[in-house]
Design a binder for this molecule. Structure first.
Ligand code: CTP
Ligand code: MG
Length: 244
């Protein structure tokens, strides 16, 4: 082993927990609401931290919420919270929150796992598959083949076309990238935002930023049908059933 210096590959997760949870409703923002007794953001944090692939975590939270997060989220999962190296402030849109999270990374990091705080069921095996894919390809997103037929709607509200279902995937998070690729892509996207908006392009996920700005090839990686996003009240019932 003499003289061998093997640098560990470090992966940072950007955990997004700065939304408002409008569609779920309730007294607290979605990420702070309990799912079977444990706050949603704490569950997602724990699920990421459980993987040895994730070495560091940036938590993106609403400005000023750090004391609340320490008291209510970290206290629920203290071991997982040890991997949180920084907080970043959320922005108006999801992409603003992601951009702030990426800029907060100030330690060695080869790959970034961008993950919705509203997806508490991400599992170690899916993280492992994503990691293998991003090392090969530079960009990889979690998803699953669509179980439903998808139709494109025209402006008149009628069906305009039906994509071949065997080519339709439902996209989830984590979305995983080489750190330099995604950081540069987000910086370019921010500069071009007025132009993109004028073209009617709305940024809805991270892969889109890498596609639009870097023409990146993005590998689709099967995660799990359980990797749901808690979005509306019925998702809470589904999550509780998964936990039984
Ligand atoms: N998110 C964020 N910053 C935003 C918007 C969303 O960090 N400006 C995060 C949310 O906290 C969530 C994830 O991105 O973990 C996915 O977003 P979504 O499910 O849409 O959550 P919300 O935006 O909070 O919900 P809604 O759209 O119903 O208001
Ligand atoms: Mg939202």
């Amino acid at each position: 082993m003499m003289g061998e210096v093997r640098e560990q590959i470090r992966c940072t997760a950007v955990l997004l927990a700065a939304g408002k949870g409008t569609r779920l409703g309730g007294d607290l923002p979605k990420q702070y609401q309990d799912i079977a007794g444990i706050p949603l953001a704490a569950r997602s944090l724990q699920a990421l931290a459980a993987s040895e692939i994730i070495t560091d975590i940036v938590m993106v939270i609403p400005e000023g919420d750090e004391p609340y997060v320490r008291e209510h989220i970290f206290a629920a999962v203290p071991k997982a919270a040890e991997k949180v190296r920084a907080f970043a402030a959320g922005g108006t849109e999801r992409y603003d929150s992601v951009a702030n999270g990426l800029e907060a990374i100030c330690w060695p990091c080869s790959y970034v796992f961008i993950h919705d705080g509203a997806r508490p069921f991400i599992d170690k095996e899916s993280l492992r598959r994503l990691y293998a894919a991003v090392r090969e390809c530079g960009a990889a997103v979690a998803g699953m083949p669509s179980k439903d037929t998808v139709k494109m709607a025209g402006d008149d509200g009628n069906v305009s076309s039906t994509p071949d279902r065997s080519h339709v995937w439902i996209i989830q998070t984590p979305q995983v990238f080489e750190r330099t690729l995604i950081t540069q892509a987000y910086r370019e996207m921010k500069k071009k935002l007025p132009e993109l908006t004028a073209q009617g392009i709305h940024i809805t996920d991270d892969a889109m930023v890498a596609e639009q700005m870097k023409q990146a090839k993005i590998r689709l990686v099967e995660a799990s049908y359980r990797n749901i996003k808690i979005t509306t009240p019925e998702d809470i019932a589904v999550a509780e059933a998964f936990l039984k």
